[in-house]
Design a binder for this molecule. Structure first.
Ligand code: GLC
Length: 805
């Protein structure tokens, strides 16, 4: 990105008071927060595939291994207002007695300079006070379960300084949060290896079911270890020693105490605090390191700390982390007139998806740790452009969490394999959806033959059979008039009671299914299974007929019917009169006439589009309705209940692009873009997507929340590249079908497809927006259709020029 774009980005950051708290730096690769009193914690989720941490701009946060709910290493209390719970690094001047922390929390000592820089794979706190400039960088090793702290201390004065450095954390070593902490604490054992200066901890009880040995009768399968590169002069394993009785993290008693009782073992309140002395020469600097590692045994955990804790060893790892992220994200790059959108699509949306959704499964608002059957499958589509085998692996992982009758776990926990069985009706179909995406992207039909067992049947069956059983189950769960039951909810979890008796029907699910049947009829045809192809085509036709015969409400589609036959999303409903998804998917899956499709979009514009995005439904429910479900129990305007639910809001952008409503595409894109929003209205991080933005019925209209842990990041990435820029793998070929917003005269996209690389440049002479393709050149030759053919030479780079009206 050039400097001009950077200026535009920063300019946008400053607009609407955005610059008050921070701005993008390093060509958008990092976000620098300069005022830590952000309206809500602005965090980073830093992970490798099996280990990670969350850290806020104030310094709060925690660390997990493998599962951010079941295997949380350090204790954290979810309190987004105080944000004072976490792993901290205290400093004390041995001479003056001044005390502070290397992040604002927990001491909040008045600083002369502050910056929290959240980058791809690291966070750095810079603090300057009492003549010491500290830089504390937290990151994780790309392939090992180790969190690394690189701490640089620079003395800006003329005299030598003696400082005490005191890291502090509380051990959790198990499920978090624990509703019975005084109980679970009883099982933790910690210790200190004086020779190596490394503290360790584990728990002798883990709150997960043990099939063999019964209830709560298994040990936490990891040992955690923490140590630094400096000699340790004092160490304690007990919280009371450190804080003092009724003490406070902001002013722990131990900082002023000469000697610390060690109190490691099994009888205290388990923490680790280390004290080390460091002399920083006048105008000089010292760098130290700390490592927090996990192993299957104490030896393994300690060995990891010992191997990685020195700053000399860590520095190249930090460089490798930065390089690793850029390389990982490199294959798909866009350049549009909207610099902030480029920053999101090229860097932050894929980073959010990989680090928080696929690897960490964690944010500040939610610590899941589980794989959602539908959620991580959808997210994994992000890999299709970057590294398709990873999407394939996700598909096969989910297939292995299906029962022989076609049903699936709604979610399951890696590590314990606990899963949740529900009457949710759509989960299983996402297997078909993402497999079809994978096939359009890669043409690797061999995935259909991959043999995977069922949860209750160890005999492996091909993926194609898994998908077939999913379809068969949905077909069995259909109403007499041919619409699928909604059960305990379809995509919308909160519609949790609409169809518990298996009478209520889902229109959105019918539309979703109709799209899938078109895909799987084509897949059947391509794999020589004509009979299934015919069957699915006929089923799709019947569905389309039923949808149009029963679900048209006059100006839009009804969303569902309850078990008692009452509709949702109909003009006859006082609340929840119109729902977004039943309109956007009617358009996306071609299930209705062009007139009705246009009417759907018009209704969306008239009733749902607000200045902060498209609402999921309107008006919001204002009191709980037992027969609908927990969506009605949210406050009006919050989350799915009449808020902008960003996951669904991205689908509305795709539908607008499909109907070539460029003005709406531009409006919705601007609305969903968090960069440059007024933070006093928006509250949330400007560099990642939130799960929801409050709708007009909330007193905080426009407030973002539930950041990081949202499927909207992967979807916005997909919608921008495939619908706005319009470069979309279809069965016929790589479709070139942009719908550029008004004012965009140029845009480009680089992306791989079927083993070749495509550099697509598009230009619109008029810039009015939405102009159709007037000329399409592939390597300089005109192409006679909207589709580029499957490349015959893998590894080749193709130049694509697109002239738009
Ligand atoms: C949450 C769930 C997701 C669901 C969505 C809409 O994000 O994780 O599975 O589709 O809410 O209710």
């Amino acid at each position: 990105m050039g400097t001009e774009q950077e200026e535009a980005l920063e300019g946008k950051g400053r607009g609407a008071a955005g610059g008050r708290y921070g701005r993008f730096v390093e060509d958008g690769r990092a976000f620098a927060i300069t005022d830590p009193r952000t309206p809500r914690p602005w965090v980073n989720v830093i992970s490798n595939p099996s280990f990670g941490l969350v850290v806020s701009q104030a310094g709060g946060g925690f660390t997990w291994v493998e599962n951010s709910q079941l295997a949380v290493i350090t204790r954290w209390e979810q309190d987004l207002i105080r944000d004072r719970s976490g792993k901290f690094l205290y400093l004390r001047d041995g001479d003056s007695g001044a005390e502070w922390s290397a992040a604002p929390a927990p001491v909040w000592a008045p600083w002369e300079e502050f910056e929290c820089r959240h980058g791809l794979g690291y966070t750095t706190f810079t603090m300057h006070l009492h003549g010491i400039r500290s830089r504390w960088t937290l990151f994780v090793h790309p392939g090992e379960p180790v969190e690394l702290w690189l701490v640089e201390l620079a003395n800006s004065g003329e005299r030598e300084r003696t400082l005490e450095l005191m890291p502090y954390l509380e051990w959790n070593c198990g499920v978090a949060p624990s509703p019975r902490r005084e109980f679970t604490k009883l099982f933790i054992e910690n210790d200190f290896d004086t020779q190596r200066g490394i503290a360790v901890a584990t728990s002798h009880m883990w709150e997960v079911p043990s099939e063999r040995w019964g209830h709560w009768n298994t040990s936490f399968p990891f040992v955690a270890a923490f140590g630094g590169s400096l000699p340790v002069t004092q160490a304690t394993g007990d919280k009371e020693v450190f804080l003092g009785r009724y003490g406070d993290l902001a002013r722990p008693a131990a900082l002023r105490r000469e000697s610390w009782p060690a109190r490691f073992g099994r009888h205290g309140d388990p923490v680790v605090a280390l004290r080390s002395r460091v002399v920083v020469p006048a105008r000089g600097a010292v760098t130290v390191g700390f490592a927090l590692a996990v192993g299957r045994t104490r030896e393994e955990a300690e060995a990891r700390v010992a191997a990685w804790r020195s700053p000399e060893v860590m520095r190249p790892v930090l460089a490798e982390v930065g390089r690793g992220w850029l390389e990982r994200l490199q294959p798909v790059q866009v350049a549009t007139p909207e610099a902030s959108l480029d920053t999101l699509v090229n860097l932050w949306l894929p980073y959010q998806t990989i680090s928080a959704r696929l690897w960490g499964r964690c944010g500040y608002y939610q610590q899941s740790g589980a794989f959602g059957f539908r959620d991580q499958l959808q997210d994994s589509q992000l890999w299709l452009g970057l590294d398709p085998p990873r999407c394939k692996a996700q598909i096969l992982l989910h297939a292995a969490h299906q029962f022989a009758d076609g049903s699936v776990y709604h979610w399951w926990h890696p590590l314990s394999e606990q899963g949740h069985v529900t009457r949710m009706s759509d989960d299983l179909l996402w297997l078909a959806y993402v497999t079809a995406s994978y096939l359009r992207e890669t043409r690797d039909f061999s995935i259909l033959d991959e043999a995977v067992p069922f949860l209750d049947d160890p005999h492996p069956a091909p993926l194609a059979e898994h998908v077939r059983r999913a379809f068969a189950r949905v077909r069995r769960r259909s109403s007499p008039r041919g619409l699928p039951f909604i059960g305990a909810g379809d995509w919308n979890d909160g519609l949790s009671a609409v169809g518990l008796e298996e009478r209520g029907e889902s229109v959105w699910l019918a539309q979703f299914l109709a799209g899938l049947l078109a895909d799987w009829a084509e897949i059947a045809r391509r794999t020589g299974d004509e009979a299934t192809g015919r069957d699915y085509r006929a089923w799709r036709e019947a569905l389309v007929t039923a949808i149009n015969a029963h679900a048209w409400d006059g100006e839009w589609f009804v969303r569902a019917w309850r078990d008692d036959g009452q509709p949702l999303g109909s003009r006859t409903c006082e609340r929840g009169t119109i729902y977004l998804n039943a309109q956007s998917w009617a358009v996306l899956n071609d299930v209705t006439s062009p007139e009705r499709a246009a009417a759907c979009l018009a209704a969306v514009k008239k009733h749902l589009v607000t200045e902060v995005g498209a609402l999921l439904l309107t008006p919001a429910y204002d009191r709980p309705v037992r027969e609908i479900g927990y969506i009605t129990r949210y406050a009006p305007g919050m989350r799915e209940n009449g808020g902008v639910y960003t996951h669904a809001a991205t689908w509305a952008i795709a539908a607008a692009a499909k109907l070539r409503d460029a003005e709406l595409v531009g409006r919705l894109l601007a609305a969903i873009n968090p960069v440059g929003k007024d933070p006093e209205q928006y509250w949330a991080e400007p560099y990642v997507l939130p799960g929801n933005v409050d709708g007009p019925e909330s007193p905080h209209f426009g407030r973002g929340g539930w950041t990081w842990y949202t499927g909207s990041a992967a979807w916005l990435h997909r919608v921008v590249t495939q619908w706005v820029l319009g470069v979309r793998p279809e069965w016929e070929g790589l479709r070139i079908d942009p719908c550029l917003p008004p004012g965009w005269r140029r845009a480009s996209l680089v992306r791989p497809w079927c083993g070749a690389v495509y550099r697509v440049d598009m230009e619109s002479a008029t810039g009015v927006g939405g102009g159709a393709v007037e000329a399409l050149l592939l390597d300089g030759e005109p192409v006679g259709s909207p589709w580029l053919p499957v490349p015959d030479r893998p590894g080749a780079t193709h130049r694509v020029q697109v002239r738009l009206g």
